[in-house]
Design a protein around this ligand. Structure first.
Ligand SMILES: O=C(CO)COP(=O)(O)O
Length: 249
């Protein structure tokens, strides 16, 4: 078994209502977090405060985005400093939906990562190729370019988790095979060993996201370089999410 702790993130995306969030938190509070496993959920920003107030402390809370400034005239944005103020220790950055719909560049994602880390907020940094990029056989080029966007801006990787999320697998029910995911994770680790350090390559957690569910998680978790998951749809179902949390136990 890999020595890196298992990491499970639940990305709720823009889902939920006051009532649904309450039910979800009640369900999550029943989860027994196994040893050497870290669990973090990312509610929409509006609900973060109430989730943190009502969720058991063994489960962390993440924002789904944050900006590159601490405060100021940036209408609609949220700073990592404000997240810290509310006891939020994590943020998801560079999700493909933000890259696609909000035109976030590799450099901007790197800058946001650097700012969040400086503010003391840990980062789940997302990367992943689109279907046409996989079909053109440029997956490795795309994911290492995206990883470089982060590597160019930071030195300390202690508080970073890398999430490999192939865009073609997100919300499609078309999960990457364990072999496909493992292959990319190895590529990323090799890139880190060559371009950052062997220590970072060995210690950074690389998690997989894209149609992970209660049925496929255990098999994916057998791969030595898959250190956990970033879960979308199935994170809205506490029982399924619990099965995924227990996948390596
Ligand atoms: O984008 C994802 C998590 O960030 C994955 O979403 P799904 O699990 O719904 O495919």
């Amino acid at each position: 078994m890999a020595s890196r702790d298992f990491f499970i993130g639940g990305n709720w995306k823009m889902n939920g209502s006051v009532e649904q969030v309450k039910t979800l938190v009640e369900g999550l509070n029943k989860i027994n977090v196994p040893a050497k496993t870290e669990v973090v959920v990312a509610p929409p920003a509006l609900y973060i405060d109430r989730v943190r107030a009502n969720l058991k402390k063994e489960i962390g809370v993440a924002a789904q985005n944050s900006y590159v400034k601490a405060s100021g005239a940036y209408t609609g944005e949220i700073s990592p400093e404000q997240l810290k103020d509310l006891g939020i220790d994590w943020v998801i950055l560079g999700h493909s939906e933000r890259r696609e719909y909000f035109a976030e560049s590799d450099k901007f994602v790197g800058e946001k990562t650097a700012h969040a880390l400086k503010a003391g907020v840990s980062v789940i940094a997302c990367i992943g190729e689109k279907l046409e990029e996989r079909e053109k056989n440029i997956t490795n080029e795309v994911v290492t370019r995206q990883l470089k966007g982060v590597a160019d801006e930071i030195k300390d990787w202690t508080n970073v988790v890398v999430a490999y999320e192939p865009v073609w697998a997100i919300g499609t029910g078309k999960v990457a095979t364990p072999e496909q995911a493992e292959e990319v994770h190895v590529t990323l680790r090799n890139w880190l060993a060559s371009n950052v350090s062997k220590e970072v390559a060995d210690s950074v957690r690389i998690i997989y996201g894209g149609s992970v569910n209660a049925k496929n998680a255990a098999e994916l978790a057998t791969k030595p370089n898959i250190d956990g998951f970033l879960v979308g749809g199935a994170s809205l179902k506490p029982e399924d999410f619990n099965t995924i949390v227990q996948a390596r136990s």
